[in-house]
Design a protein around this ligand. Sequence first.
Ligand SMILES: O=C(CO)[C@@H](O)[C@H](O)COP(=O)(O)O
Ligand SMILES: [Fe+2]
Length: 221
Amino acid sequence: MVKIAPSILSADFAILGEQVSKVEQAGAELLHIDVMDGHFVPNITIGPLVVEALRPVSQLIFDVHLMIENPDLYIKQFARAGADIITVHAETCPHLHRTVQAIKETGVKAGVALNPSTPPDILEYVLGQLDLVLVMTVNPGFGGQKFIREMLPKISKIKAMLDRIQSTALLEVDGGVNVNTAGEVAAAGADTLVAGSAIFGAEDPAVAVQKIKEAAGEKNL
Ligand SMILES: O=C(CO)[C@@H](O)[C@H](O)COP(=O)(O)O
Ligand SMILES: [Fe+2]
């Protein structure tokens, strides 16, 4: 069964704690936290303070997706705030290997994200160090965008790269994942699905978590 990582970007921030509890009780495994700086992506969202505030109210794996320039400057802050996984964009890291090491030195798991136009080859010499690879299936910056289907072969290619080195890293897909796309994404090899608008935009986020899990499981059989 795939793991579900609801993205709080689409949650109601006025009742954020309640929203997180709801998806946790519904069987989500991770909580996806989108950090945007208004530079790498054209949007500004949340910082370490929100991670710190949520930490005591949730047992979920905090999956922090940094869409920021100079991520090295903020790794320690997010680690201290309670992140379990910190994912940086390859496009923001001229010294990607060093950045991955810096994340791991804080005791937190390390992930690398790729924009839709970034080829998987960029991962080759860091792959063995990674705990998570995040394939963006929209251009990062906003929730509620349309899934880019051309990313399906890229997911499969990265799955094969991970299998070749017997990596146990999570293969996470982020952007436009919903009941209609989850099956194809899982069939392509993803094991962790981020969903924001499909969960927090639904009438009942708990039901939405279950429906996406079912949709992912069905086509994977
Ligand atoms: O990182 C991002 C967007 O940049 C995502 O995590 C979105 O929050 C996913 O939202 P949906 O496409 O599922 O609505
Ligand atoms: Fe994200």
